[in-house]
Design a protein around this ligand. Structure first.
Ligand SMILES: Nc1nc2c(ncn2[C@@H]2O[C@H](COP(=O)(O)OP(=O)(O)OP(=O)(O)O)[C@@H](O)[C@H]2O)c(=O)[nH]1
Ligand SMILES: [Mg+2]
Length: 343
């Protein structure tokens, strides 16, 4: 029988460290919960984080693992791989890289002529290069000269669109002092509108709302002087074609320079594929992977991007605004995927 326990700490990395210390690298995260102060204080005060984890075994609903319900089994010794290559294969699996991708990488590191790397450091160097090359191109936001750059965030409900948008708004306005404006298309839920309005107030950037096509020209005029216009869209279930069509129409009218699909990095494979297929209709150009703080390792990034041919723009690693956002960079990501988890 698996052991299940709830761990509480001041931050997600600390809570994950407790889980790892208690249950080891094969722990399965069953659920996470932020225990927050009330009201506006939640944006500025640190919250407690609770993780419920099991020592091993299946995770209900596949939550928290990129490859569905199976935790990574202890990798079998692969006789075809030299010892030091196999050790890196194990590390990839420990970091939640799917077995088939880890195996593909380990085999590629041997090279076509079967000239294996001589030692650990050569293996690491080759793997790092291979991983960086496997990743899609990385491209963060860059602002056009002399006109507003418009960027839309879209994706499934609760994926982290509004939080990521607030992090970007804070970075460009509070840190870089570039004028930012927000356009919110999320008029479906009062709470969503309220959330965006509060972020706007706290960060100090104007928020305009667009509910129908007739609001578009007013919003475009009102935001024409901003260097960056961030467009927040409502969460849409992949099966809701009516709402997808509505958002698609408004986006076409706003004609953004980039459309960033926001997906939790911890989403199970099939759910993610369904989302990607549904959101293709909105012609995404980039992907943002969120909730990586809830993943066992950065390997989920490789799993998520393996069949996704969109540019990677940002990764998010927590709920804090501002903060908890990493600009995508393939070399840095390759390092993170190969990072030893048992340290
Ligand atoms: N752990 C973790 N939580 C996150 C991250 N990004 C966002 N969240 C949390 O996820 C929840 C949903 O985030 P939102 O930004 O409201 O998601 P959304 O996609 O705008 O949701 P809808 O507008 O309802 O579709 C909030 O509790 C966020 O604090 C992240 O990187 N890590
Ligand atoms: Mg939202």
């Amino acid at each position: 029988m698996d052991r299940i326990r709830t761990f509480r700490a001041a931050s997600m990395p600390e809570a994950l460290a407790l889980v790892k210390r208690e249950f080891g690298g094969n722990a399965v995260i069953l659920g996470t919960r932020a225990v927050q102060p009330d009201g506006i204080g939640r944006l500025v005060r640190r919250e407690w984080v609770e993780i419920t984890a099991s020592a091993g075994g299946a995770s209900p609903g596949g939550a928290g693992r990129g490859r569905g319900a199976e935790p990574p089994a202890a990798p079998q010794r692969n006789v075809a791989l030299p010892e030091h290559v196999h050790r890196y294969y194990q590390r990839l699996v420990e970091n939640d890289v799917a077995h088939e991708i880890a195996e593909r990488l380990a085999r590629s590191v041997l090279g076509p002529a079967g000239a294996p790397p001589r030692n650990e450091s050569q293996t690491r160097r080759r793997l790092q290069q291979l991983i960086a090359r496997t990743l899609p191109p990385c491209e963060t936001l860059s602002l056009a000269e002399g006109r507003a750059t418009r960027i839309a965030l879209l994706g499934p409900a609760g994926g982290g669109k509004t939080t990521t948008l607030a992090k970007l708004a804070a970075h460009f306005w509070l840190k870089l002092r570039r004028p930012v404006a927000i356009i919110s298309l999320d008029l479906f839920r009062l709470a969503a509108h309220e959330q965006m309005r509060r972020y706007g107030e706290i960060i100090g950037v104007p928020v305009h709302t667009v509910g129908t096509a007739s609001d578009v020209s007013v919003a475009l005029k009102a935001t024409a002087d901003a260097a960056l216009v961030l467009i927040d869209t409502p969460g849409v279930s992949p099966g809701d074609s009516e709402r997808l069509a509505h958002v698609s129409g408004l986006l076409d009218a706003l004609s953004p320079d980039g459309r960033h699909l926001v997906l939790p990095g911890t989403m199970a494979d099939r759910a993610r594929q369904r989302c990607v297929e549904a959101f293709n209709r909105l012609a995404p150009t980039h992907v943002v992977l969120t909730r990586l703080d809830e993943a066992v390792g950065f390997g989920v990034v490789l799993n998520a991007l393996d069949s996704l041919r969109l540019k990677l723009s940002y990764l998010t690693t927590g709920q804090r605004v501002p903060g908890d956002i990493i600009p995508a960079c393939s070399d840095r990501l390759a390092e993170l995927v190969l990072h030893a988890t048992s340290a």
